[in-house]
Design a protein around this ligand. Structure first.
Ligand code: DGJ
Length: 749
């Protein structure tokens, strides 16, 4: 039973595998947060954890006259609001028609239920059986403003995830304007934490940044209408002394693909408030009488085994409780994508020539990217006109798919359904469908504009086109792309007071489309993409089990990107392709082997013109694919450990271990050659100390404890004294991969 309640004292104890989360109803009937951290034993009373000063608090304000020891600013809040003596960042801010901005949500009741209810209209974690989770709902009421606030908490059985969200209902006769309704807020007792975040840009996504908490507000957000490649909707707080393998780390992830806010405020008492939710910036929601507003879900993870422990919990949650459908647990097909091979310049013959080589080397899925539809010969036209272009595809999509299938490959197709080009039939017919404010200027981005998905008519029209295309040919994979950020956010169909709702209504419209399409085509493997990783978030993962990690396919850049991404997301979700050299994003030349060694930790494929392969390359690629297929389950679904960070040194190492610990694959990468280099050993992780592992590369055997404590020896690098038949690891961008398999389980030799 992961939720304990001391009913008479109204104390709530949520207990996960390794954590406890405690709060209670305090004397003013609001909620006080008591503790979030390592699991503690349940007690019949936690009243001793309620700390109040013995004397009046200096220069403070107080809700009760004459009680100078009770000030909200000195109390850890569970779901704070502004204006009644707490001055920190609130979780809720409402504007009432009488001009009041004050909320006073007091405890009314609670319910506990087995399982986990879904969130209406929004992606959220789920369980398949009710015994996998327990959900507590706290119902609070602001009787003056006639509104209820529900706080949802789900504890997953035997896991370290805690799902939170909030919902506001207006029971009055007048509108309530929601300015802010976050999903989670947690008050930590000290500021002794490091904040970790994943930041970047296009082709430089999810780079790791850490900072010590400082007084004041430190936050990340998106105002772009996408969760964004600038900041991922995720942050972690690591207690002083924590590292990759030990110490306490708290993760905060928002299951949302649009504007978000995540931050920490350190106040004058040096407590730290960590919060995450919809971005209040430019957000105003008119909640009419009897309507409810559901905030997105925040997924919190606690780890007492460092960052790796946190990441592994997220990987499990996202793989088993977020991704859905037929492909959730399946190994993903090795694909070839024609984008970097041809860009817009292709015809049926060219594609089939690539497919011929792809089939020969063992590729399983051929993906036709941008440029297959009416007059789309560059990025200036045609978005919205989802009709096959017979000038390029003489047999049409059906004929092309059939010919690809005849070669033993599945066929997949690219779409960018949320967009419209001014140069398109759709725009001629419906210029009013473009998302825009009521002023005259309209900023540009990749020559395309965003469709107003707040409108059902627009959604339906696009969905119907997609339905027709997907039913017209044997299309078994869809890449759903999205290539510009929002500007001048507004809708010609909503009234003036609702313009602050548009960005969120857009997301609700998008989610509705994704739900319908993925349910109607349950066998199709969907991959999400947004100029690479501009919308790499759990919200999209709910509908599509994998995402294109970045438009940057350079192996060395991918070390940073995939390493950073792994803090929250599993390898099965990360699209990773071997592309040609010189690399199209950096001009860098790396070996085919290094490119493979990086991409194989992901939803793996190739993105190059395979017809250019030499015979040797063809042979090498065939061997890569055979290797990948043999180990695919482990590479995509094994337990992932980061061992050496590309953000801290010239070397990167990571590994995956099978659930039964009998098999592991370790990878090492060195960015720049080092003259007269030292020996390198990598201390492995996650192995069974007693198992005897055989190193496939050379047949040597090691005990698990040796590999973890003494380490795996990387072969000696080129020493600069002349190349001979023993020389290895020469030059920049070197990599090595080892397969380790347990020989004799349970005992040493
Ligand atoms: C951006 C994507 O990230 C690329 O992979 C490619 O699909 C292009 N769009 C096509 O326009």
């Amino acid at each position: 039973m992961p939720i304990f309640i001391n009913e008479d004292l109204l104390q709530f104890h949520l207990q996960g595998k390794d954590f406890s989360y405690l709060f209670h109803v305090m004397e003013n009937e609001q909620l006080e947060h008591l503790y979030y951290g390592k699991k503690v034993t349940h007690r019949e009373s936690f009243s001793h954890l309620i700390v109040r000063p013995n004397e009046d608090i200096g220069n403070a304000t107080f809700p009760f006259e004459g009680n100078g020891r009770f000030s909200l600013e000195a109390i850890k809040q569970e779901f704070p609001s502004y204006g009644t003596s707490d001055y920190r960042e609130p979780a809720i801010q409402l504007w009432h028609e009488n001009g009041s901005r004050i909320s006073d949500f007091r405890f009314k009741s609670f319910t506990v239920q087995k399982g986990k209810p879904g969130l209406e209209g929004l992606p959220a974690s789920y369980v398949e059986h009710d015994d996998e989770a327990t959900t507590l709902t706290i119902i609070l009421e602001d009787s003056e403003q006639k509104a209820t606030l529900e706080l949802f908490y789900t504890v997953f059985e035997n896991q370290n995830g805690l799902a939170r969200s909030s919902r506001l209902t207006n029971h009055g006769q007048t509108h309530i304007e929601i300015n802010r309704l976050l999903s989670s807020s947690v008050d930590f007792p000290t500021k002794e934490y490091t904040m970790l975040q994943l930041d970047g840009a296009w082709i430089r996504e999810r780079h790791l940044h850490k900072r010590e908490l400082q007084h004041g507000v430190q936050s990340i957000d998106s105002k772009r209408g996408t969760s964004s490649s600038q900041h991922n909707p995720f942050m972690a707080l690591a207690k002083k002394g924590a590292n990759e393998f030990s110490g306490e780390v708290y993760g905060f992830s928002l299951v949302y693909s649009g504007n978000f806010l995540a931050g920490v405020e350190v106040d004058h008492f040096e407590t730290a408030r960590a919060y995450i939710g919809l971005n209040p910036f430019d957000f105003r929601w008119q909640l009419k009488a009897n309507e409810s507003f559901q905030a997105p879900e925040a997924l919190l993870v606690y780890s007492d085994q460092g960052y790796n422990g946190m990441s592994q919990s997220y990987h499990h949650l996202f793989q088993k409780h977020m991704a859905r459908g037929k492909w959730r647990d399946r190994e993903r097909p090795v694909l070839i994508n024609n984008w970097e091979a041809t860009y817009f310049n292709f015809n049926e013959e060219k594609l089939l020539n690539i497919a011929d080589v792809a089939a020969e080397v063992g590729i399983e899925l051929f993906v036709l990217d941008d440029g297959w539809f009416l007059n789309r010969n560059d990025d200036t036209t045609s978005l919205g006109d989802w009709f096959e272009d017979k000038k390029k595809l003489k047999s049409g999509l059906e004929g092309l798919a059939k010919q690809v299938n005849d070669r033993g490959l599945k066929f997949g197709l690219w779409f960018e359904p949320e967009m419209i080009s001014k140069e398109s039939l759709l725009y001629k017919k419906h210029p009013e469908w473009v998302m825009k404010h009521k002023g005259s200027n309209h900023s540009h981005g990749r020559n395309q504009y965003i469709l107003d998905l707040t409108q059902e008519e627009v959604r339906l029209c696009i969905l119907n086109r997609l339905r027709e295309i997907l039913s017209s040919a044997n299309i078994e994979y869809v890449k759903w792309d999205m290539n510009r950020n929002m500007t001048e956010i507004g809708s010609g169909f909503l009234d003036n007071r609702q313009q602050g709702e548009v960005a969120h209504r857009y997301m609700l419209g998008l989610y509705e489309m994704l739900e319908q399409l993925t349910q109607e085509f349950p066998d199709v493997l969907f991959e999400s993409c947004a100029s690479g990783g501009n919308r790499f978030d759990p919200g999209m993962l709910f509908y599509m089990p994998q995402a294109w990690t970045s438009d940057n396919t350079d192996a060395i850049e991918r070390l940073n990107i995939q390493y950073g991404t792994s803090y929250a997301y599993p390898t099965s979700m990360m699209g990773a392709h071997v592309s040609s050299v010189p690399n199209h994003q950096t001009g860098r030349v790396t070996s085919l082997s290094t490119r493979f060694h990086v991409s194989m930790f992901g939803a793996f494929g190739y993105e190059l013109d395979a017809t250019n392969f030499t015979e040797e390359e063809k042979e090498e690629v065939s061997m890569q694919i055979a290797f990948f297929k043999e180990h695919r389950q482990l590479l995509q679904f094994g337990t992932f450990f980061r061992l050496k960070s590309p953000f801290e040194s010239n070397d990167t190492a990571w590994m995956v271990v099978s659930k039964d610990k009998k098999k592991a694959i370790v990878a090492f990468y060195r960015k720049q050659a080092v003259p007269n280099p030292s020996f390198v050993t990598i201390e492995l992780a996650g192995l069974e100390p007693d198992f005897l592992y055989r190193n496939h590369n050379n047949g040597s055997t090691f005990c698990g404890d040796e590999l973890m404590h003494i380490g795996l020896q990387v072969p000696s690098f080129f020493t600069g004294t002349g190349i001979n038949e023993h020389t290895q690891l020469v030059g920049d961008y070197q990599s090595r991969v080892w397969v380790l398999e347990a020989l004799d389980w349970g005992k040493k030799e």
